[in-house]
Design a protein around this ligand. Structure first.
Ligand code: SAM
Length: 198
């Protein structure tokens, strides 16, 4: 099936990584679907919803004026958003966490296929890796409300989480919350919340 692999204007800097992004796209369509890491979707959907959506996490990370001990992708599944973000940010280290043994097994193989030296894969409960001074990213694993609850005691911690765009109630003395939205193609709007512990 043909598809149009657009990279939006905010992702121009990612063009130089397009070969690895296409390789990951093919892996999702073959191994990812065959082994249940993603559901059965067409090429365009996989590019837009998984790769372009992930690249926006990378854009937000690059704009953060903060340094962290580690960047974790919690509930990474098929490596979303961690793999596209790691491909396009080779100087940063990423730790991809999932509780599922079979997903972690496939991701280890993918790491070798893509030769990603800046990626570590961990089979763990995501709740066990929350601590101070880290950046957490996640898509379709945790709600913003639960993310606020998870990180409330962790200083210098940021959580970037996909959301439905609904307004979230939070203690403004404890957190700073920035709600971003963007289009993954010309029409479809997606939302990401950036939650910082003050
Ligand atoms: C809906 S999938 C989302 C996967 C991926 N982030 C995406 O956007 O396609 C949720 C993932 O979270 C993982 N998961 C569920 N509970 C978890 C936990 N307590 N700790 C770590 N991973 C967990 C599941 O194995 C699954 O891969």
């Amino acid at each position: 099936m043909t598809f149009s692999p657009q990279i939006p204007h905010w992702g121009d800097a990612n063009n130089k990584f397009s070969e690895k992004l296409y390789k990951y796209h093919s892996w999702l369509l073959e191994t990812g679907i065959k082994n249940g890491l993603i559901s059965n979707k067409d090429s365009q959907f996989v590019w837009d919803e998984f790769i372009i959506h992930s690249l926006y996490f990378g854009k937000i990370i690059n704009e953060l004026d903060q340094t962290f001990d580690s960047v974790y992708d919690l509930g990474t599944g098929g490596g979303i958003p961690g793999i596209p973000v790691a491909i396009t940010n080779p100087k940063n280290q990423f730790i991809l966490v999932d509780i599922s043994e079979s997903r972690v097994f496939e991701l280890q193989r993918l790491k070798n296929i893509l030769n990603l030296n800046n990626v570590e894969i961990m089979q763990k409960d995501a709740r066990s890796v929350i601590s101070n001074n880290n950046l957490y990213i996640s898509r379709c694993y945790i709600s913003s409300k639960d993310a606020l609850e998870s990180i409330k005691k962790n200083k210098n911690t940021v959580y970037i989480v996909s959301s439905s765009g609904e307004k979230i109630e939070h203690n403004k003395n404890m957190f700073h919350v920035k709600q971003e939205n963007f289009t993954i193609n010309s029409t479809d709007i997606r939302h990401i919340d950036v939650i910082t512990v003050r």
